[in-house]
Design a protein around this ligand. Sequence first.
Ligand SMILES: [Zn+2]
Length: 75
Amino acid sequence: MKCMRCGNDIFESTTSEAIEMDFGLLVIRNIPCYKCEKCDEIFYTGDVVLKLEEITEKVKQLEQEVTIIDYQKAA
Ligand SMILES: [Zn+2]
C-alpha cells in the first residue's frame, strides 16, 4: 500500500484519536492504522473505521464529559 497523499510507503502502526462530541470528548487509544513514513498521514482500514463508529455510538449513550477507551479492549 502507498500513501494517498505523497505516494510513499506506509507501514502498520497504532495511533490515538480524540473525537469532539456534543457533550464531551472521546479519546480512543491504540487504534491500529497505517502510517506514512514521510508525511505522517494516517490511514484506517474499513474494519477499523466501522469499529470506531461503533465505539462512538456506544460512548454517546454514556454521556460522560470525558471518555478514554482502549481500542484493543473495546474490539
Ligand atoms: Zn505520505
